[in-house]
Ligand binder design. Structure first.
Ligand code: NAI
Length: 332
């Protein structure tokens, strides 16, 4: 099968090539999939897209008109895909629901520790031969209360790691996991978690009901100096409200791997251009904000698993079977 791979990053191409049975032909495309670029899939039965591609109805219309019958997402999240439109157009869509919950949970902890122990600032100082540690005081993770919003695959790994640190873990999720309760995780409602936590970490999917789940109201509930970590999806956070709280010191630390307007910025080298996004530019001025460019998933193990699941879907479609990770029923 011919596969148009949009947003084909250098770090994933070898993994996709290694995972293919050899009967598929890749068309690697540097560009994001959008209504304007979708025509580049002409002649390919399958298009494969990444988390920041646009699979809205208008893009899917163009893909379908140029012969695309299958859409293989190289991501777990599918908030960027109009599944109703795909189903209407007869395009079968599959995602990679799980590739390494450890990758994302461990990056979440990396952000917490780097912010807490001011690792980036410490590294810069030492590189400048400044061996002073004034201003680098952190806090013990042991004994702190962490709110984990969303205890699915990734959130539950995070809870387990945090319990290992000796944190009190308050979980927010309509589905309670007995295995987490057995290690001392306590399920509470969102407001209780926000009020009690020293650290709030988001691992829920982005849906209409979770958009801006962190907003001026929920921030006001939080302790002064709280640490907020978002490694899930940018749209979960009202960034303007977060900036206001950073300015007053109400939010003491912010760690982001995702940002609401990241599409077209994250994953790209913009070092020679003028940043046009004033909200992101403001965020980057705070000394207590640490931003990574949507790399929480980026481990060798995760890339191997993403490639293997993506190509398993393509193999299944080629053989006239359904992919095990097909999403269209979500839209029915
Ligand atoms: P999952 O589907 O296993 O778990 C999500 C959990 O959120 C479920 O337990 C669900 O019941 C819960 N949930 C849904 N609505 C909720 C609400 N309103 N309040 C509290 N909990 C709610 O998903 P998984 O695999 O754990 O991934 C979580 C998210 O992490 C993904 O949706 C994605 O947005 C993000 N992610 C980020 C990556 C990165 O590189 N930064 C990579 C992969 C995923």
């Amino acid at each position: 099968m011919n596969i148009a791979v949009f947003s084909a990053h250098a770090f994933e191409r070898p993994h996709l090539e290694a995972a293919t049975s050899g009967s598929h032909v890749f068309r690697f495309l540097d560009v994001r999939c959008t209504p304007e670029t979708a025509i580049l899939a002409e002649g390919c039965a399958c298009a494969s897209i990444f988390g920041n591609d646009d699979a809205s109805a208008s893009t899917l219309d163009v893909l379908a008109a140029h012969g695309v019958q299958y859409l293989a997402l190289r991501s777990a999240g599918y908030n960027h895909v109009d599944l109703h439109a795909a189903t209407r157009l007869g395009i079968r869509v599959a995602n990679v629901p799980a590739y390494s919950p450890y990758a994302v949970a461990e990056h979440t902890v990396a952000l917490m520790l780097a912010l807490n122990r001011k690792i980036v600032r410490a590294h810069s100082r030492v590189r400048e031969m400044n061996f002073s540690v004034d201003g680098l005081t952190g806090f013990d993770m042991h004994g702190k209360t962490v709110a984990v919003i969303g205890t699915g695959r990734i959130g539950s790994v995070l809870c387990t790691i945090l319990r290992g640190f000796g944190c009190t873990v308050l979980a927010v999720d309509p589905i309670h996991q007995a295995s987490l309760e057995a290690i001392g995780v306590r399920y509470v409602d969102l407001d209780t978690a926000c009020t009690a936590a020293d650290i709030v970490s988001l691992l829920v999917p982005l849906m209409p009901s979770t958009r801006h789940i962190i907003n001026a109201r929920t921030i006001a509930l939080m302790k002064r100096g709280v640490m907020l970590i978002n490694t899930s999806r940018g749209g979960l956070v009202d960034t303007v409200a977060v900036i206001a709280a950073l300015k007053t010191g109400h939010i003491g630390y912010l760690g982001l791997d995702v940002y609401e307007q990241e599409a077209g910025i994250f994953f790209h080298d913009k070092s020679d251009t003028i940043l046009q996004d004033d909200v992101l530019a403001r965020l980057m001025t705070f000394p207590n904000v640490l931003i990574t460019s949507h790399q929480a998933f980026l481990t060798e193990e995760a890339l191997r698993n993403i490639a293997a699941t993506t190509m398993a879907s393509v193999d299944a479609w080629q053989e006239g079977r359904s992919s095990e990770t097909e999403l269209n029923q979500v839209a029915r």
